[in-house]
Ligand binder design. Structure first.
Ligand SMILES: C[S@@+](CC[C@H](N)C(=O)[O-])C[C@H]1O[C@@H](n2cnc3c(N)ncnc32)[C@H](O)[C@@H]1O
Length: 355
């Protein structure tokens, strides 16, 4: 049977994707072609070529991609730091800005130098990207991943099957009461778009990312308030929380944590230089209380209380150096087609950032 050479197929595919406004078209063409041939993208040039059946499969995928289907839904996977996640309908596709926040927590874990495994809870776990990256890059911790969406849970269980992370199917507000007052770190990428932003999202976001993963009340901060209350309940004194937020919430998100009684508030930028995640410390001496019973006596300040320390967030640079553990060049190709640059809103198809 005559095979169509790989370079010829790639040129045709890239031109088709570029014409549809998909970018970076050449990188995406390689990823789709490698997916169809069942080989790693780096080995594509060694493949013999496309038989008619493979060419037809590739054509069908290209048509879906040109129509706006995310690349990750076509290949069924999404890269995140050193991890690869299974994704598809019903689960949020991990975004690059969340890699930065995850890197912050990995840095904190390394600096904290605990003489025992850290207790780490991820709220709003979705595909499990954050928890998997932590399990791979800071192995030996005790981890839990909390998610309440039935459609997301099968992905979460599958992605975390090979690592020692306990999946918790629950609303974060009431999750893991047995850990109250003992957790070292809570991390979350909650839904954070204001309700009105939904209608303005591009069709390829509204059509593929679950609304419940994106939108959170009129001001976008409803889930963040639950993250703050839950973290206040779970953390030991000296424990930290990191929570991603909309780029318009650089002051409002830290204020939510201040109102819940947190100290040492900071806000951090994403790779595009926009405010993207808040961090804070649960006050008190790290050795003062390790048990839930002790914490019950030191109940968190109610929402709306004044910050015990700073009331305004300080903005710190993000930590991009922690991100590219797998190699920048390889990742540039692998991450092609990922929604990027605008938090839960995607980058433009030409790869430039959203205005
Ligand atoms: C933006 S996605 C983040 C997923 C993943 N952590 C990531 O960064 O790719 C938010 C997730 O929070 C989940 N979620 C929303 N409200 C929740 C709640 N009250 N309890 C638990 N999970 C919740 C959604 O179902 C969704 O999977």
């Amino acid at each position: 049977m005559e095979l169509e050479p790989v370079p010829v197929v790639l040129r045709r595919l890239a031109a088709r994707l570029a014409a549809a406004g998909v970018g970076p078209a050449a990188a995406e063409a390689r990823l789709l072609a490698a997916h169809v041939l069942g080989c790693p993208p780096v080995r594509l040039d060694l493949a013999a070529g496309f038989d008619p059946a493979a060419a037809a499969r590739l054509e069908a995928l290209a048509a879906k991609r040109a129509a706006g289907c995310p690349l990750q839904h076509l290949t069924g996977c999404a890269p995140f730091r050193t991890a690869t996640l299974a994704v598809g309908p019903g689960v949020f596709i991990p975004r690059p800005e969340t890699e930065v926040m995850t890197g912050w927590l990995l840095g904190w874990l390394a600096r904290s130098a605990l003489k025992r495994p850290a207790l780490v809870v991820e709220l709003c776990a979705g595909s499990g990207a954050i928890s998997l990256a932590i399990a791979l890059e800071a192995s030996g911790q005790r981890q839990w991943a909390v998610e309440n969406a039935a459609a997301a849970l099968p992905y979460l269980e599958r992605n975390l099957a090979g690592v020692p992370v306990t999946v918790v199917a629950a609303d974060m507000a009431a999750a893991l009461p047995s850990l109250d007052g003992q957790v070292d770190a809570v991390i979350a990428n909650p839904p954070y778009l204001p309700a009105a932003a939904w209608a303005e999202l591009p069709a390829d976001v509204r059509g593929f990312d679950p609304k419940s993963a994106l939108v959170s009340g009129p001001d976008g901060l409803a889930a963040t308030r639950v993250v703050a209350a839950t973290a206040a309940r779970l953390l030991r004194p000296g424990g930290v929380v990191a929570s991603e937020h909309d780029d318009s919430h650089g002051l409002a998100a830290p204020a939510v944590f201040a109102a819940a009684g947190f100290a040492d508030l900071a806000d951090h930028l994403d790779l595009t230089g926009r405010p993207r995640f808040a961090t804070a410390v649960w006050p008190g001496s790290a050795g003062a209380s390790q048990a839930g019973a002790d914490r019950a006596a030191a109940a968190p300040a109610p929402a709306g209380a004044a910050s015990p320390t700073r009331s305004a967030a300080s903005v710190e640079a993000a930590e991009p150096a922690l991100i590219s553990a797998a190699g920048a060049a390889a990742r540039a190709a692998e991450t092609a087609g990922r929604p990027r640059g605008g938090g839960k809103t995607p980058g433009r198809a030409d790869g430039k950032m959203m205005p």
